[in-house]
Design a binder for this molecule. Structure first.
Ligand code: AMO
Length: 448
């Protein structure tokens, strides 16, 4: 341990006796004869107690009376949010509602006082985002980021055990990484740079570089002006790319294994807390996840009374919700791969089916009604790649050095990108990725 404080969650396992705890004041109940303080740290809450001394005995004889009076006054003045360090005596007592234990305050040091906290648990989302550092003190918010840690750790363990190489690709680029849409442009000395919309180019480069299997967890930027619950201008993208695949089916199998690894760890470690704080019974998804070709999925939702607005377009959010509902009812599954998107609505680098070039070897993964991921087998034959780019109106010049990666030998490969905050949002039944992003960035939010 690097500090002498005991984490509040660990108090229960200690015997009665002296302890040192530290955290912030949640509430003070200042009664005539006794004071109670609920102290929180990142692991829980505990009740502190102090027998109040309101005035000095006129005889002034009792030893320590002045200190006891000062302590009582100090506790009376504690505002919500004040950070304190407390030395005291731990006592297990079944009658105490909060965890069946109590710490009798011996000494209380005010480390930093707090102004009146400007938000409450029921404040509006935007106001909470203004005060995100205070909002994050709430146990629910804290749990989200512990779950995120567990989820990413499990993915990382999977990748490492399967000999994937971790890469950090640059976020400053000379050319757009996905398309000209939603592109942040910035001054870069005498030239223009773009913020990476995804690590797409460089995860494919790793296949040309002979790395075989790679992963990256890093920022991606999209100049998306919309104010939806699922879009941010900066988000954390989970990316992986592997060589020597036969079809996008191989990518989907990898994707399923990663999701099972992530969910297994989260259910094991946080299942009980999630049930308690979010009211959700998390389960590990079974494999294989259902797979439905996009055209069929659109037909299914149409048969159920909803026609996706444009026949040649992607599923819209309502279509995603409905196909998810159908899959839940039909297969009892929270996940569904929508596969074989039309080549007109997929990036030029998606491989097309040999027997039907109007369709790509690609998929979106939908989870509880919303897209969390896009994946595909990539086109690795440079002449086909160039033709596909041109047929979609792209100038190969604009692709920078991307095409070079394919001219010196490259294996067949594929991969996927997945938005971290979306996974958490859908896992925990939250209404917005603002809740599951540490600091959300949107068109009108650059602070704090
Ligand atoms: P795509 O553009 O579909 O694919 O993005 C992949 C996943 O990233 C997340 N995502 C976002 N999350 C929050 N805010 C946004 N503005 C946002 N945009 C995307 C979503 C989405 O499913 N290079 C490909 C992936 C690949 O083929 O490997 C790509 O970027 O969860």
């Amino acid at each position: 341990p690097v500090t002498s404080r005991t984490l509040i969650k660990n108090l229960a396992a200690l015997p009665d006796g002296p302890v040192s705890v530290a955290g912030w004041v949640d509430t003070v109940r200042d009664q005539k004869k006794v004071q109670f303080v609920i102290l929180r740290d990142e692991t829980g809450a505990v009740q502190l107690v102090n027998p109040a001394v309101r005035e000095l005995d006129p005889e002034g004889v009792s030893v320590g009376a002045a200190e006891a009076l000062a302590l009582t006054e100090s506790i009376s003045g504690l505002s919500h949010g004040t950070f304190v360090r407390v030395m005291g005596e731990l006592k297990h007592d079944e009658r105490v509602k909060l965890g069946g234990l109590e710490v009798k305050i011996g000494d209380l040091e005010v480390v930093t006082a707090a102004l009146e906290i400007p938000i409450a648990a029921d404040s509006g989302l935007d106001k909470r985002m203004d005060w995100r550092f205070l909002d994050l003190r709430h146990p629910k918010q804290n749990l989200i980021f512990r779950i995120q840690t567990t989820f990413l750790h499990a993915l990382r363990t999977y990748w490492v055990e399967h000999e994937f190489v971790e890469v950090q690709t640059p976020k400053l680029m000379a050319s757009p990484s996905e398309s000209r849409a939603e592109l942040f442009q910035l001054e870069y000395f005498d030239t223009t740079a773009y913020l990476a919309q995804s690590p797409q180019h460089f995860k494919q480069m790793a296949q040309s570089a002979g790395f075989g299997k790679i992963f990256e967890v890093g920022p991606a930027f999209r100049a998306d002006p919309s104010f939806t619950s699922r879009h941010a201008t900066e988000f954390t993208s989970i990316d992986t790319e592997v060589s020597w695949i036969d079809t996008h089916e191989d990518v989907m199998r990898l994707h399923e294994e990663l999701m099972v690894a992530g969910f297994t760890a989260v259910v094991e470690k946080h299942g009980a807390e999630v049930a308690e704080l979010f009211g959700i019974e998390l389960t590990v998804p079974t494999t294989p996840f259902p797979r439905i070709p996009l055209a069929e999925a659109k037909q299914i939702v149409a048969d159920h009374g909803y026609v996706v607005p444009r026949a040649d377009a992607d599923m819209d959010p309502e279509g995603e919700r409905r196909i998810s509902q159908y899959v839940k009812e039909t297969y009892g599954h929270d996940f569904v791969f929508l596969t074989d998107y039309a080549s007109t609505i997929r990036p030029f680098y998606h491989m097309r089916h040999e027997d039907d070039p109007s369709l790509t070897k690609s998929y979106d993964l939908i989870y509880n009604g919303t897209e969390i991921s896009t994946g595909a087998q990539r086109e690795h034959r440079v002449e086909v790649l160039v033709a596909q780019a041109e047929s979609m109106g792209l100038d190969p010049e604009e692709l920078g050095t991307y095409l070079e990666f394919f001219k010196y030998g490259v294996p067949p490969h594929g991969g996927f990108g997945m938005g971290l905050a979306r996974v958490l949002m859908l896992m925990l039944g939250e209404g917005s990725i603002r809740e599951t992003t540490y600091l959300f960035r949107g068109p009108t939010r650059l602070l704090p």
